[in-house]
Design a protein around this ligand. Structure first.
Ligand code: F6R
Length: 625
């Protein structure tokens, strides 16, 4: 939700690598976080110069190319922003950066929501500050500018301003009188520093600067960081110096944040899934026993758990729904799955014996973060299953298990979904091991089958042409239904979510058994219905019930698109199309059966001429509630 870039360095002298270029390169990497508008500010000839445009980054590039003043900057700092609109529509005026001060001597970019902005705005207007936009962010710009006038020190001005803001924010500011400095503050919104050689970076996430440096520094809650080309200083909102900021090396390289020959990031990420799941599973077994050392939690805590609540949103919640089937089956612990935004506000029953599992690719989803905080306030222990190192959710949890699937750039989540499911299996098997619910040889057998999954994923990817053709044929479809039972149910939900979000087609995922209780009324002649069929080698009744459900919709004219295991001939008479996946355990099939659905959505949206990486109205990390 909004991408922020800051740069302080010497690159001004090098052709095509001025601060403005570095900032634009960072924005290009962060555009997945929001693309309603984009803008950049530099200090040039002792003046703050801002260029900003509604729409995608291309519009900003065009504007900069036309305005020689901005492109020929000789300044040493830049801040930039790509926006997902909250306060005020996506217009040029509401785009960031926002100018502050009576002489427009300062510029600010902001991610988050400032809740007390109306009061601040009234106060600032009474003090003679003029507002150009409808945004909450402009109040922060004038506030920092006013504090700068009083203190003459940009760090202190930001500290005072930030301490008086309510809500969630990452703020970056540059000021005419501090032309070598970018100052930033964060509360409940992400910010990392990239440590370069004679240059330093700020970003909403490491993608902003991974082209230039792999050394990063985490900025904690309620902290202000002051960055110049040669120095990074951090203080708390209380003014105390911070000397223990965690430094780390980014594991993935810049190529991971590029399309690598694929038409879209989504297509690339779908095709990376075999390796992604292999990386989630890598190094977790030692001498036949599961070791999750990364997840630093006292085993006695896991032994005392009497209930698990999985909290997550969107695709991550669908992964959580798969976790419920696995954990209850293996560990016999009652497991609930709850949308994080519903959990907190319904006064849930959470005790010290409750284990809350927070699933989040970004680690920044505000709804999930708030659920984590609420759970911990009630005394529950929280384990985060996360992809993004240094992000807020794992930092605020008792323990974290990372997905290690590499950066996910496309807005629609694919490889992180598989990584989340694989991590849920690891957690479930680890709980079963610690609590003695499964014998070691049972766990070893399950792990052995799980380790086959990356090769099986590759087989599904290698046989994608059938689904691609189907997607081309169905590009004018107006409604698609998805049915499944057991882990096929979350798969159906995920298939529908993917189609809605990137192809803008009405789609619904149902538990197949629920159909006859109402939704079957939707089925008419030609209605496409995907059905996810469980293995015939698992519980026979589950398989035969789903085969009956295919017959039910077919009898009413549906076009049945059936995802079934290789060799499952029982489905053939009732399927207009059978899409095959390799055989595995019923539980593990969730890692395979969703892949044709991901490919279907990606291909169909592409066939419709849509931008699959940047679907309308969406942003990658939802950092507002
Ligand atoms: C859908 C999608 C979203 C996210 C959701 C949670 O493709 O990407 O539904 O899954 O916003 O995001 P994270 O996992 O970052 O908490």
């Amino acid at each position: 939700m909004c991408g922020i870039v800051g740069y302080a360095g010497p690159k001004a002298s090098a052709p095509s690598s001025r601060p403005v270029d570095v900032a634009l390169q960072g924005l290009a990497r962060l555009e997945y976080r929001g693309y309603d508008s984009a803008g950049v500010a530099v200090i040039d000839d002792d003046a703050v110069r801002v260029t900003k445009r509604a729409g995608k980054l291309a519009n900003l590039r065009e504007a900069l190319a036309k305005s020689s003043g901005s492109t020929e900057t000789t300044g040493r700092v830049a801040i930039a922003h790509t926006r997902w609109a909250t306060h005020g529509g996506p217009t040029d005026t509401n785009a960031h950066p926002h100018l502050g001060g009576h002489d427009h001597e300062l510029a600010v970019v902001h991610n988050g929501i400032i809740e007390n902005f109306a009061t601040l705005r009234a106060d600032l207007e009474a003090d003679g500050f003029r507002f150009a936009s409808e945004t909450d962010s402009e109040a922060a710009a004038h506030l920092v500018a006013r504090e700068m006038t009083q203190t003459g020190d940009l760090t202190e001005a930001m500290r005072r301003a930030a301490a008086s803001l309510e809500g969630a924010f990452t703020l970056l500011a540059v000021h005419r009188d501090a032309p070598d400095t970018v100052v930033a503050a964060r509360r409940n919104s992400p910010l990392v520093v990239g440590l370069g050689d004679g240059e330093n970076f700020l970003g909403s996430d490491v993608a902003a600067f991974v082209d230039s440096t792999k050394e990063a520094l985490e900025i904690g809650q309620d902290q202000v960081v002051t960055v110049t080309a040669d120095d990074v200083r951090i203080i708390g909102f209380d003014g105390a110096e911070v000397t223990d900021a965690a430094r780390y090396t980014i594991e993935w390289d810049a190529a991971a944040a590029q399309k690598g020959g694929y038409p879209s990031f989504m297509a690339k990420e779908i095709h990376e899934q075999a390796g992604a799941v292999a990386d989630t599973l890598l190094g977790r077994l030692e001498n036949g026993s599961l070791k999750l050392d990364e997840m630093d939690i006292d085993p006695s805590v896991l032994r005392s758990v009497d209930k698990i609540v999985v909290v997550a949103c969107g695709t991550a919640a669908n992964a959580g729904a798969v976790a419920k089937y696995a954990i209850e089956h293996w560990c016999r612990i009652p497991t609930e799955v709850e949308l994080a935004h519903e959990f907190r506000y319904r006064d849930p029953v959470v005790t010290e014996k409750t284990l809350v599992v927070a699933i989040s690719q970004s680690g920044e989803t505000m709804d999930t973060l708030m659920a984590v905080r609420h759970a911990r306030e009630q005394g529950a222990k929280v384990i985060a299953l996360c992809n993004t190192r240094g992000s807020t959710i794992p930092r605020e949890s008792d323990a974290a298990l990372y997905l290690h699937v590499g950066p996910e750039i496309a807005v629609a989540s694919t490889k992180a979904y598989l990584g989340q499911i694989a991590a849920c299996y690891l957690l479930g098997l680890f709980l079963a091991q610690v609590r003695g619910n499964l014998y070691p040889d049972e766990i070893a057998a399950l792990m052995s089958d799980l380790e086959q999954i990356p090769d099986q994923i590759q087989q599904v990817l290698d046989s994608s042409s059938q689904v691609e053709r189907l997607a081309q044929d169905m590009k004018d479809a107006t409604s698609v239904l998805f049915l499944g039972r057991h882990v096929g149910y979350p798969t159906a939900m995920e298939g529908a979510l993917k189609l809605k979000e990137i192809a803008y087609i009405h789609a619904e995922g149902f538990a197949a058994g629920e159909l006859k209780h109402g939704p079957i009324a939707l089925v008419e002649e030609g209605q496409p219905v995907f059905v996810i069929v469980p293995s015939p080698n698992g519980r026979h009744s589950l398989h035969s019930k789903v085969v009956s459900n295919i017959q039910e919709v077919r009898a009413r004219g549906a076009r049945t698109l059936v995802i079934a295991e290789e060799g499952d001939d029982a489905v053939v008479p009732y399927a207009d199309e059978v899409i095959r996946v390799p055989a595995t355990r019923t539980l593990f099939a969730a890692l395979l059966t969703v892949i044709p659905l991901q490919i279907f959505s990606c291909e169909l949206a592409t066939a419709k001429g849509l931008d699959v990486d940047q679907p309308r109205n969406l942003a990658k990390s939802v950092t507002v509630e």
